[in-house]
Every structure is written in structure tokens, then in C-alpha cells.
Design a protein. Sequence first.
Length: 115
Amino acid sequence: MVIRILVLGSPPDIDTNRVIERIRKIAGICDTRHVRLWQVNENTNAFDAHLVIVPDEWARADYIKDAVKSALPDDFSINHITLELECFVHACDDAETIGHGVDHTLDYDLGHTIV
């Protein structure tokens, strides 16, 4: 566990793709980008991401953010969440879903992608 925390590895019991799928089911979100999920310590999992908001839903942006911040602790025990909201019109077209466009290194011992 110490190595996972030191290298900001993802929690072993949380599937990043399931988290992304859950977020994308929330009304008003059309995409997720730059997702990072890591274990801060043995009791704290952290998540940050850019959420692309559907064109006509920007007025509901605070509600959408609150919906994500409510879902992640309940569904995945993620309790430190930082979100950046992007308007669909101004969102980057070539952004990575996971990470920030850096090479991902597979940690073969832990079986998770480290970003």
C-alpha cells in the first residue's frame, strides 16, 4: 500500500472505467476528460476530472457538479473530489479521457494504470 500511495496509484478496489461510466450517466454531462483517480492514504481516495457539460445545460452546472460529488462517495468511496467544468462549445477535442496526455505506465505488480 505504501508504494501505491507514494506513486499516486489508483485504489485497487475501484475500476476507473466504472467511475467514468457512472459519471457519464448523470444528466447534463456529455463527456469526461483528464480523469485521475488515486489513493491518498488508506482511508482516502481522490478523483479529479474535467466534465464537459451538454450545450443547453450550462445553467445547471452547479447542480451537475453536486450530483457527481454526491454519487462518487456513495458508489465508490471516493471522498476527495475536484471537478473542472467545461462548456461543450469550448471543450478540447483531443483531450485524453484518463490523464493529461502523458504516457501511462502500467504497474504490473499492482495491476493498475498510474497517471
